[in-house]
Design a protein around this ligand. Structure first.
Ligand code: FAD
Length: 380
């Protein structure tokens, strides 16, 4: 049986998330977007935490709301429609939670998932990317060397969401560069560890309400117990966690596209040219029809991937497909919306150009769309 309507519970959740986004995100989105450098606002994060927005994806037994994947997608769409930059902060923590869920020991889950559920506003960061290792994880050179009961980690992580503000980092490092993927492990590194520092903060095109930067690890010592799960599983954990996270990245594309489309639709019905609303030109109406169609397609593909996750079924291909379609939908729809709104769309008075800037990141992060196409192609 396939259902495309939301249950009463899901509708209530959607309303709660939408009300939260209207009250606590939308009013601040413009200000944060305009800061001279990407800016992380702790006041907003504390509100996120107080309303469960930093923990809805964490199982109940570790202090979270324990929402299933479809419900998480419903929440994320609303948050991304308000400001995908702020949603990016949550996204960083979500990936930490997914790595812990996939690969952590029971003790690690209890300690760190509980930490991320703290009502005081704790965030996490996953450090995979390096200056010379983006799509290609086997080039990772951050090194972890065993020293008695500890590991000592040295290297630089690049473009990390929540860099410099995270309470915990999951750092992917190699214990033996010659063994490539097989020697990769995640290490749980507390944010206040001696030797861990923030390097360059990226001056991003969009997503300016979250901070990305270099995380520098200079002989950072962590207990051997901070190796996530079993030795040698880092690559697998990264792949499985990103698979799980991918539909929630996709739904952010749906949220951005929806926000841009709704603004363009409303404008097209009010803007009078040649004596009638521009919507009454077939070229404009068809463009909006295409946008609505693309958004529905992206949303349903994303919900399908989430549904498969919730059913415990194989979902990798569907998650990658959803990420391709939804991220490209976000960039195309926000660009079309900008065009339909003429000079007003090109102005910074309205957030249309922000939607476009925020959208462009989605086809690159957590596995570029070429990598997603490789995943799909492998299964054809
Ligand atoms: C907003 C934002 C947030 C991010 N947050 C994090 C984070 O929290 N943690 C983290 O570790 N990283 C993070 N990243 C980094 C991100 O994961 C990388 O940008 C991504 O993995 C791609 O790596 P790269 O930028 O080095 O591109 P490259 O790997 O250099 O790729 C450049 C281009 O070539 C394409 N390409 C690469 N290899 C192939 C191939 N084999 N076949 C076809 N095409 C290919 C890519 O798809 C891409 O279009 C973030 C990036 C952004 C923009």
């Amino acid at each position: 049986m396939i259902g495309f309507t939301l249950t009463e519970e899901q509708l209530a959740l959607q309303k709660t998330a939408r009300d939260f986004a209207d009250k606590y995100m939308r009013p601040y989105a413009r200000e944060l977007d305009r800061m001279p450098s990407p800016h992380f606002d702790w006041k907003i994060i504390d509100r996120f935490a107080a309303h469960g927005m930093l923990s809805f994806f964490i199982p109940k037994e570790y202090g979270g709301l324990g929402l299933d994947a479809v419900s998480c997608a419903i929440v994320c769409e609303e948050l991304a429609a308000a400001c995908d930059g702020m949603q990016g902060v949550i996204s960083g923590s979500m990936l930490v939670a997914d790595c812990l869920k996939v690969g952590g020991t029971e003790e690690q889950k209890r300690k760190y998932l509980t930490l991320l559920s703290d009502k005081k506003g704790k965030v996490g960061a996953v450090g995979i990317t390096e200056p010379n290792a983006g799509s290609d994880m086997q080039s990772i050179s951050t090194r972890a060397i065993r020293d008695g009961d500890s590991y000592v980690i040295t290297g630089t992580k690049h473009y990390i969401t929540n860099a410099g503000v995270a309470d915990i980092y999951l750092i992917l490092a190699t214990i033996d560069p010659a063994r490539k993927y097989a020697a990769l492990d995640f290490f749980i590194v507390p944010g206040d560890s001696p030797g861990l520092s923030l390097g360059k903060v990226e001056d991003k095109f969009g997503q300016r309400a979250s901070q990305n930067g270099d995380v520098i690890l200079d002989n950072v010592r962590v207990p051997a117990d901070n190796l996530l799960g079993r030795p040698g599983t880092g690559f697998l954990v990264a792949m499985q966690a990103m698979d799980l996270k991918r539909p929630l990245m996709a739904i952010c594309g749906v949220g951005i596209a929806r926000a841009a489309y709704e603004m363009a639709l409303e404008y097209s019905k009010k803007r009078i040219q040649f004596g009638r609303p521009i919507f009454h030109n077939q070229a404009v109406a068809f463009a909006l029809a295409d946008m609505a169609t693309q958004i529905d397609a992206a949303r349903f593909m994303t919900w399908r991937a989430c549904h498969l996750i919730d059913q415990g079924l194989e979902f990798t291909r569907e998650a990658s497909m959803a990420k391709i379609v939804a991220s490209e939908c976000a960039a195309e729809v926000s660009s079309k919306a900008m065009h339909l709104m003429g000079a007003v769309g090109y102005s910074r008075d309205l957030p249309i150009e922000k939607y476009f800037r925020d959208a462009k990141a989605l086809s690159v992060i957590e596995g570029g769309n070429e990598i997603q196409r490789s995943i799909v192609a492998e299964q054809l």
